[in-house]
Design a protein around this ligand. Structure first.
Ligand SMILES: Nc1ncnc2c1ncn2[C@@H]1O[C@H](COP(=O)(O)OP(=O)(O)OP(=O)(O)O)[C@@H](O)[C@H]1O
Length: 262
């Protein structure tokens, strides 16, 4: 499935958030949505997953215009997306197995026995085979994220949306989640669109990406984060990807005190 975003304009009422947002995500690509706080990353994700209509522009799935389609067609397209929200959004009263089975019941025609078999398989992929009968409340944050990922990928969606997947995780859990996302792409060929502030994750897994700028309210860079940082494409992008203060806010370099060695 190929996602194409064409000249999207994002607004809340009169307030412009971003304009001129265009990019494509071919099958199997891991695509990062980057930018500082409040630039519109989560809002863009809402336009892409079908939660919020954009003010203008198009979101095409294999050429089919999502927001111009009727509700039945949108529902069919939504069934092809896997989603992992920041909170992992698991049902707390259901075990992990039941959480994954519920997603399979909603998104596939599998019989209950086949749902359970598939659910155990994906829980094993994410390293939670031994926790199938646990409730989300009994898991660590990283385990909840992995369970959420298992649920998102259970029906083998061709397109996976991840909203800050590693937020709140320690560096080791975050690294494991990155490897899991790469492994899932390898196994299923899914495309992944993810929002992240985590530089190690951006550098480790993204093949391509877009940088949304809150000041100009428009994208200011496109490409693989590793390349963008190497090419020094824009001071704001540089500041973000290198964790450097932008020149206008950086403290002046301290003058050497007299008597210091030269
Ligand atoms: N429902 C809403 N109504 C009005 N304004 C909103 C709404 N949701 C978000 N905004 C505003 O739109 C802008 C973009 O918000 P968004 O959450 O998309 O940013 P973000 O890049 O995801 O930020 P962060 O990295 O901090 O999560 C912000 O200024 C926010 O205050």
């Amino acid at each position: 499935m190929r996602l194409a975003v064409q000249d999207l304009e994002m607004r809340f009422g009169e307030r412009l958030i971003q304009r001129g947002v265009s990019f494509e995500v071919p099958a199997g690509t891991i695509f990062a949505v980057m930018g500082g706080s409040g630039c519109g990353k989560s809002t863009l994700l809402k336009h892409l997953v079908g939660l919020l209509p954009p003010a203008a522009g198009r979101v095409l799935h294999d050429g089919e215009d999502f927001w111009a389609a009727d509700e039945a067609a949108r529902q069919r397209l939504r069934g092809r997306f896997g989603m992992l929200f920041q909170s992992a959004a698991l049902w707390s009263s259901m075990t992990l197995l039941e959480n994954v089975c519920l997603a399979l019941a909603q998104q596939t025609a599998l019989e209950p026995a086949a749902q359970a078999e598939r659910a155990r398989e994906v829980l094993a992929w994410v390293g939670l085979a031994a926790f199938a009968d646990y409730f989300p409340g009994d898991l660590s944050g990283g385990m909840k994220k992995r369970a959420g990922l298992a649920r998102a990928i259970a029906a083998e969606p061709p397109l996976l949306f991840l909203d800050e997947p590693s937020a709140g995780l320690d560096p080791i859990s975050s690294r494991k989640l990155d490897e899991l996302i790469l492994d899932i792409r390898e196994r299923t060929g899914t495309a992944v669109v993810f929002v992240s502030h985590e530089l190690p994750s951006l550098f480790a897994i993204a093949d391509d990406g877009i940088f949304l700028d809150a000041d100009s309210k428009t994208p200011i860079a496109r490409g693989c984060p590793r390349e963008l940082v190497r090419q020094r494409v824009h001071p704001t992008v540089d500041a973000f990807l290198r964790r450097e203060l932008p020149p206008e806010t950086a403290a002046p370099a301290a003058a050497p005190a007299s008597g210091d060695p030269a």
